[in-house]
Design a protein around this ligand. Structure first.
Ligand SMILES: [Zn+2]
Length: 214
């Protein structure tokens, strides 16, 4: 049984490596539901994930996932402990946290440039992930970790690239990189900083009859 399971995983991994540039160490983004399932199934993720994927893995999560687990209280205390041991990857929500699922979806946007795997038990999130090509999806079923087969959307995408209808993710990334190098794309961080600067206008602050909206 186990050998078949690993064989399938190996095949799927090969597919994601060849077509989407997924590389070791595999970056696995966990949400609260996955941590909770691992806890229930007494699965030692740190041991079992690398064994199952036959490669080095990095368990990661986001601040929004951690925050959500905190607000859910003591029922998810164990899951929170697991999530806290993961590396925290920067998400764009440092001011206002969003739900874990919304956050993780944002992490794999624009062709999943960081090659994240998404590990969740949330059916709703899984469905949304499957609609985006190129994201390896993991879940736990019957106390066993499973790497899902590539979604139909993913397979359709690869076929379209092969037949020359689409630009592949690799190509897209190098185009973006070129644009960035030439200053054609501003990274969101820069944009945000600029905006903040605009708000502080010393001339207006010192006006005697200053109205907020002037
Ligand atoms: Zn977030």
């Amino acid at each position: 049984m186990k050998i078949t399971r690993q064989k399938h995983a190996k095949k799927h991994l090969g597919f994601f490596r060849n077509n989407f540039g997924v590389r070791e160490p595999y970056q696995i983004l966990l949400d609260g539901t996955f941590c909770q399932a691992a806890l229930r199934g007494r699965i030692q993720l740190r041991e079992q994930l690398p064994r199952y994927l036959m490669a080095e893995t990095q368990l990661c999560t986001t601040r929004c996932v951690l925050k959500e687990l905190e607000t859910l209280g003591k029922d998810l205390y164990g899951a929170k402990l697991i999530a806290q041991k993961c590396q925290v990857r920067n998400c764009p929500h440092f001011k206002n946290a969003v739900s874990g699922s919304e956050c993780l979806l944002s992490m794999v946007e624009d062709g999943n440039p960081h090659h994240y795997f998404l590990a969740t038990q949330d059916q709703n999130l899984s469905m949304k992930v499957k609609k985006k090509p190129g994201i390896p999806l993991m879940f736990i079923i019957q106390n066993t970790i499973v790497l899902d087969k590539p979604s139909p959307k993913t397979i359709a995408f690869v076929k379209a690239v092969e037949s020359g209808q689409l630009v592949s993710v690799h190509e897209k990334q190098s185009i973006r990189q070129l644009k960035e190098e030439q200053g054609l794309v501003k990274d969101p961080e820069q944009r945000r900083r600029k905006k903040r600067k605009k708000v502080v206008n010393p001339e207006k602050v010192h006006l005697p009859n200053d109205h907020h909206f002037l």
